[in-house]
Design a binder for this molecule. Sequence first.
Ligand code: BT5
Length: 253
Amino acid sequence: AVGLMTERIGRQIISFRETDSTNETAFKLAEEGAPEGTVVLAESQRRGKGRMGRRWESPPGMNLYCSIILRPAILPLQAVQMTFLSAVAVARAVEETTRLVPTIKWPNDVLLSGRKVAGLLNEMGAETEKVNFIILGIGVNINMDAGQFPADLRSPATSLRMETGGAVDRKEFTRALIRALDSLYAAFLVGDYGVVRDEWLARCGMIGRRVHVSYRDSVVAGVATGIDDYGALLLTLDDGCVERVLAGDVTLV
Ligand code: BT5
């Protein structure tokens, strides 16, 4: 399909009625040489993916499932900056289309009223020291109703419609998201990652708060004080030491 009049992202948009996972489709297209900025959209996913083998609920006709191919000249270590970029873009698009003010939860959630409205799953095709491509995977619950979530997600998850009380135009949201991604990515490419980081920190609901981070069998407790350029959450422990947390699930305590 013909794309939007953006600089890079969305100049080519490929839409599917159904895929296993837009991330997997985009990954294959990227390996076959699809250009930077290609956007893969699907009406539904048979096996929408979350992190660590988890599932992303992807019913047809009401939400946004999209994956974007980027080819930034960065080190694999810096790839996580792209997750922050996509979180900020989702937050901007939510604000623009609904006037609601979302918060970001490290590392990859966007929340409304403390409930997850969007999830991000970025994947990378890389050699040892070089990123070949990055897939930004973005799932946003747009018009899903409470009853359409599996029972265990009814309280931790939400949708734009559940928060605003009215249907939200999916096309309009998608356009707002792509424009936000395009402009943040343009800033990123000219060396302005600081813009992304500062807006991410301003929108992050947990900076300055006491949190628990659990990863596999261990839990670390401390005050979330920031993020570094490699995506780590900076946690000030009770003894004053700063710990860099690279992965895990955070809860406010
Ligand atoms: C994520 O993982 O939040 C990443 C989700 C990324 C989804 C997009 S959709 C387009 C692209 N293609 C893909 O295949 N994936 C990406 P994680 O932090 O691991 O959270 C997953 C957990 O969120 C699940 O275990 C559930 O508890 C919960 N969950 C599942 N579906 C949800 C939904 N639709 N809304 C809110 N929460 C959900």
